[in-house]
Every structure is written in structure tokens, then in C-alpha cells.
Ligand binder design. Structure first.
Ligand code: HEC
Length: 630
């Protein structure tokens, strides 16, 4: 702004004169204001959406003109917390200085309507599902009744996944039942259906908590996408080859921030899923920067700082970023330090407001070479001067998932660049878990996951000490005990492995993976009878496992019990058709039973599936001879 003192300067005086005709032109709703409101405000400020009033008509806008000038001047509206110049985001909702100036002048000059002929076409919005009818719509088990008034509610609801086969999801959309009450939502995939145990324990549907963490799972299958939704923002669509995986037998946990609206509301979330037309070929991974363990904010502290960093062992493209803190978070900064020196800003938010939290997708992926360090710095204000402080007077605050606790996370969605044969996510996960152990030397999850990563890399020897540590920290973990046993088995410590598989089954008799593995270990030890006994128990619980049927069939056949072998071998090829080895084994058992006709069909199928299968070829010749002799 030119200062008044400047008027004495003739050159500035001349400049002001020259600009006068421009500012004299009147700002009208039709010509100047409607285009801004339609584009930047109407997505939320229209009937049925999250904002408290509409901004679609001249009347609507006129009534709120002064407020509009104030909130846009402060950049409170449209809500877009990231600072310009720190990351270039798709769909950035930031008004230019010129647009803010127009809104202010319109308010000051009597809000003229102008010529209606100059009005732009009214914005068009899709009602209902934004991307059309979803392929699958899943529902909360029970609706939740939200009180008319009171505190914000942070609650999680279980949504069983009704699927017969694994699907890859390219987009997800929520219909919350009440748009005004549901402020935002995060979806968490609970592969092992562990969290449903907490459902309804306090007598109401769902369970409380601002953030949830799922149990570790035995498989390496890291989260890949931000499953974030908020009213008024369009659903994010992934490329067809980059969908996220959803398995039958899992639960979706919908984590909701609910706000009272002044009347009772029914929250009944429907999750719409859009399937990708093919399985994923590109696998992003979510990498978290955080140090919640360092959160110990004294009352009154206005600049408490938490930092974290991670050195990337591989090159990645950063696709998106998701910052998260609760009410005391003030400034959030994330950046990358390049290996050759130099720094790239990833995000800065100067006035964090949990109410406007969002995920941000880079307009163009940010390419970072191997050896880059990504870092975050979050500042907290626990003083009386922070208007969002939930505690009066301020209290000492630690990390935790209630709204009076704090958190500080910067999640990056990165697409690792393939280097060689190995899944590049493994090296990244290894770095993440090593860093986690640095921060939390006694952390079970870090030791467990590091063990799992080393196993997935085939480094079974190296995995053993981490899994032993994990078990020391959580002796009752059947999953960790099973994983340890797998490493022992793979490094030929068979007796020890058998002992650990048995221990895992004592800890959780329903843990079928451990039982199948125990059978494998018993076979390795030469105890076919013991293995068969375990397999038969396993098959009662998991009747459709082709591998288990095949193994049981082979054990029966080796003992000369063809009558018992055949049903298992038949079931195996039924469950897994065109498997050359399985067809060969079925054929061999059939031939041993004297059923040459069927045996020939099986060997032929085996050869069709794999023409290089020599055993099948020789067996086929012998079976044809057998048929002739008959
Ligand atoms: C992402 C959705 C969204 C967008 C986009 C949006 N608003 Fe809002 N707006 C809201 C919500 C929600 C509230 C209520 C917020 C609250 O009470 O804190 C609100 C409140 C307001 C208020 C009342 C503020 C107060 O202090 O009570 C004004 C004025 C306003 N918006 C103007 C605008 C204008 C002008 C634009 C476009 C330039 C805009 N909004 C864009 C969601 C939005």
C-alpha cells in the first residue's frame, strides 16, 4: 500500500493520478463478483452443503457483502491454508490480491448488481454421487445419533467389506447422511478385522478416538493412498493402474470428525467405491514424518517445536502431502534437503486450523533423488493467546488421540522409482522402520515391521534379532512368533521353528497361517503324519486353500493311500485350475489308482499349461501304455 507520506513525492502523485480511472469504474455483482463466488465459494456455499449459507444469487451475496470482504481479506475464505510458494498444488483455492480487492470494493461501494446480461452461467453441480453410481456401496453397521449441541465428536465406525474377491479401488466417495454434521472423514483399511472388537463398547455405535492405528499384519502391504474425504471437495480419482487394494474379509474403519449443528442429526455413512479395471501395477507408499513421543508441551509455551526427518534410500516422486495436528498446532513446515545441497519446499502452513485439514496433491509430482532427506517442523502454541486451545487455563499436553492431546504428522504419498528387481517399497520401509527405532528404541511395531521387511527381502538371518526383540516387547504376539518361526525355518533351524509355530498356536489357536506353516516345518523334519494332522485341522478352517489340499493329497499318496489322496488333489485343481504341477500330481494319483483315462486328461492339461513339464510328458506316455495294456 502506498503510504500517505508518499503523496508529497511528485512521481508517486503522478502514478496515483494515472491509476484513478481504473478504480473509478464500478464493481458490480454480475460482472465482477458472481464469477468469483461461483468458482471459489459455491462448492460449499449452496443448499445442502457444509457452509452455513448460500452464495449463489445477488440477494445472498449482498446480505453477506461486508462479511465476505472481511473473511476474504484475512484469507479465512475460501479455506486454503497452504502458503503460496511452498509446493504447487492441484486445485489450489486461493484468491488473487486483485480478486480480494474487488470483493472489498464491491462491499464499500454499495454492492451494485450491474447488468444481469453480464452474469456468467450459474455453476452446475452434480447431485448425489459425484462420479456416478459407484460399483459398490457399503454402509455403517448402525446409524449414529448426534446430539444437537455440545462438543465436537471424534468417532470411528466399522464398515464390513462385502466382497467375494480382491478389488482395486480407483476412487472413493462418502455420503455421510448428514453433511452439516460430518466435518471430515478418514478411511482406514483394517485387514485383520481387529478394531471391530471395540465397536459399541460404550453402548453407542462405533468407538471414540481422533486417530486410529490398526494392528500389524503378517504380510508386507503398506498403506498407499490418503483415504480422506470432506464435504464439498471432489473425490480424488487414481489412474486405473494405481488403485488401492481391498480384500474380502477386511473392514473399513471410517474415522469421523463430527460437529453439532444445533439440531439432532443422524450420521449414516455410505461409502461408494469405484473399481479400477485392472490390478495395480504402480504402488505408492505413505511415509510418515512424526515425533509424537517428543510432545510434552508445558502450559503457557507458545513456541514448542517438534521435528523429524528421514533419509530416502531410493529416488521417489512425491505425489501428495497430508499434514495433521490437533488444536495447538500453529505452523507446519515440510521440505526436502537434496543430496547435492539445496532445498525444496514441500508445504508450509502458517496458521494451522484442524477444521480445514486436507490432503494436497502436487500439480506435478516432486521428484527427489536417492539420498534426499525429507523433514518436518511443527510449532505448537499452548498459551492462553491461542484461541483454539481447548484447555483454560492451559494444561501440560502430551501425544495422544483425544482432542485435548496433540499430534504432529506430515504424511507423504510417494511413488518409489523402481531400481532393479526388488519391490522398491521394501528399502523405503526399511529406512522408515530404522528411523522409528532411533526415535522409539522399545517400539514393538518398528521391530516387527523391520523383521517383516527383511523377510520379504529374503534376509531371514537378519530378521531374527528384530523379531526376537519384538517378542520381548510383546510376548503374547502370535503374529511376531509366527514370523520368527518362519525365519528359523528358512534358515534351517527346523526344531526351533516347530517349537515357535507351536507357541504361536498356543497364543492364538485360530491363527491358521501358523498352522499351515507348522505343517510345512513338520514336512521339512520328515514327520509327514504330524504334518497331515495339522493340515486336516487347517482345512476345516480354510476349506478353499488349494495349496493345503495339494499338500495333504501328496502326503496321502506317498503313504500309498490313494483313495484318501484323490479328493484332495481333485479339489486342488478345481480351486487352482491350469496349474501344471498340481495337474501332474493328480494325474499320477489317478494312474496309480488304475484310472488311466482320467490320468491322461490330467497330464494333457498339465502339458497345455506348461509344455516344458517333462514329468507330465513321461507320465503321459506311461499312462497311454497302461491304457493299451488294460
Ligand atoms: C470448502 C468449503 C468452503 C468454501 C470453498 C468456502 N467456504 Fe465460506 N464457509 C464454509 C464453512 C464450513 C463455513 C462455516 C465456518 C465456521 O463457522 O467456522 C464458512 C463460513 C463463511 C462465512 C462466515 C464466516 C463467519 O465468520 O461466520 C463467510 C462470510 C464465508 N464463508 C464466505 C466465503 C466466501 C466469500 C467464499 C469464496 C471466496 C467461501 N466462503 C468459500 C465453507 C466454505
Amino acid at each position: 500500500m502506498p503510504s500517505c507520506a508518499g503523496v508529497a513525492n511528485p512521481r508517486i502523485f503522478a502514478f496515483l493520478l494515472a491509476s484513478l480511472p481504473l478504480s473509478a469504474e464500478s464493481v458490480t455483482f454480475s460482472k465482477d463478483i458472481a464469477p468469483i463466488l461461483f468458482q471459489y465459494c459455491a462448492p460449499c456455499h449452496r443448499p445442502g452443503e457444509a457452509a452455513p449459507f448460500s452464495l449463489l444469487s445477488y440477494e445472498d451475496a449482498r446480505k453477506h457483502a461486508e462479511q465476505i470482504a472481511i473473511v476474504t481479506g484475512k484469507r479465512f475464505m475460501p479455506p486454503w491454508p497452504p502458503e503460496p510458494g511452498y509446493g504447487d498444488f492441484a486445485g489450489a483455492k486461493r484468491l488473487s490480491d486483485a480478486q480480494i480487492d474487488l470483493l472489498a470494493r464491491w462491499s464499500k461501494t454499495g454492492t451494485p448488481e450491474g447488468d444481469r446480461a453480464e452474469l456468467p452461467p450459474a455453476p452446475h453441480f452434480v447431485e448425489g454421487w459425484q462420479l456416478g453410481q459407484p460399483d459398490l456401496v457399503l454402509h455403517m453397521r448402525q446409524p449414529y445419533q448426534m446430539a444437537a449441541s455440545g462438543e465436537d465428536v471424534f468417532r470411528n465406525f466399522v464398515i464390513p467389506v462385502e466382497l467375494k474377491e480382491t478389488k482395486y479401488i480407483r476412487a472413493m466417495e462418502l455420503r455421510p447422511g448428514s453433511k452439516r454434521a460430518v466435518h471430515h472423514a478418514n478411511l482406514i483399511v483394517d485387514h485383520a478385522r481387529m478394531l471391530r472388537q471395540r465397536d459399541g463398547q460404550d453402548g453407542q455405535p462405533g468407538f471414540p478416538g481422533m486417530d486410529v492405528e490398526t494392528e500389524v499384519s503378517g504380510e508386507f502391504d503398506p498403506d498407499s493412498h490418503f483415504l480422506f474425504w470432506k464435504p464439498g471437495s471432489p473425490p480424488q480419482e487414481e489412474p486405473q493402474d494405481m488403485g488401492w487394494k481391498l480384500d474380502p474379509g477386511s473392514d473399513l474403519i471410517v474415522n469421523l470428525h463430527l460437529q453439532p449443528t444445533g439440531k439432532p442429526e443422524t450420521v449414516d455413512v455410505a461409502v461408494g467405491l469405484y473399481f479400477a479395471d485392472r490390478p495395480a501395477k504402480r504402488f505408492p507408499m505413505l511415509v510418515q514424518l512424526e515425533h509424537d513421543g517428543a510432545l510434552d508441551i508445558p502450559p503457557g509455551a507458545s513456541r514448542f517445536v517438534v521435528t523429524d526427518h528421514l533419509k530416502l534410500p531410493i529416488a521417489v516422486d512425491v505425489l501428495a502431502i497430508y499434514p495433521h495436528a490437533h488444536y495447538l498446532g500453529k505452523q507446519i513446515d515440510a521440505w526436502a534437503e537434496l543430496p547435492g545441497g539445496g532445498r525444496r519446499a514441500l508445504l508450509r502452513i502458517n496458521d494451522w486450523d484442524i477444521n480445514w485439514q486436507a490432503t494436497y496433491t502436487y500439480r506435478d509430482p516432486v521428484s527427489l533423488p536417492a539420498g534426499t532427506t525429507v523433514a518436518m517442523r511443527i510449532t505448537y502454541d499452548n498459551s492462553e493467546n491461542n484461541p483454539r486451545n481447548p484447555s483454560h487455563p492451559p494444561k501440560r499436553v502430551h501425544g495422544g488421540n483425544r482432542s485435548i492431546d496433540e499430534m504432529g504428522h506430515v504424511w507423504l504419498q510417494v511413488l518409489p522409482k523402481a531400481a532393479g528387481e526388488d519391490d522398491p517399497r521394501l528399502a523405503l520401509q526399511q529406512a522408515v522402520m530404522l528411523r522409528r527405532i532411533e526415535k522409539y528404541p522399545a517400539d514393538f511395531v518398528a521391530h516387527f515391521n523391520l523383521g517383516a521387511v527383511l523377510q520379504a527381502m529374503g534376509k531371514f538371518d537378519e530378521a531374527i534379532p528384530y523379531l526376537n526383540q519384538a517378542i520381548l516387547m510383546k510376548p503374547a504376539s502370535a503374529t511376531a512368533t509366527n514370523n520368527l518361526a518362519v525365519s528359523l525355518l528358512m534358515t534351517d533351524k527346523i526344531d526351533q521353528a516347530i517349537q515357535e509355530f507351536r507357541k504361536s498356536l498356543t497364543l492364538d489357536p485360530g491363527y491358521q497361517d501358523a498352522r499351515f506353516n507348522l505343517a510345512r516345518a513338520l514336512i521339512a523334519k520328515g514327520d509327514a503324519e504330524g504334518a497331515l494332522a495339522e493340515l486336516l485341522i487347517y482345512l476345516k478352517a480354510v476349506p478353499d486353500d488349494a495349496q493345503a489340499h495339494e499338500t495333504a493329497g501328496r502326503i496321502y499318496a506317498s503313504a500309498g493311500n490313494i483313495a484318501q489322496a484323490l479328493p484332495h488333489l481333485r479339489r486342488a485343481v478345481e480351486l487352482q485350475p491350469n496349474d501344471s504341477a498340481m495337474e501332474t500330481n493328480l494325474g499320477a494319483a489317478l494312474a496309480m489308482a488304475g484310472n488311466f483315462q482320467e490320468a491322461i486328461t490330467a497330464f494333457e492339461t498339465a502339458l497345455k499349461a506348461d509344455p516344458s513339464n517333462q514329468t507330465a510328458r513321461e507320465n503321459l506316455a506311461r499312462a497311454r501304455e497302461g491304457l493299451e495294456k488294460k
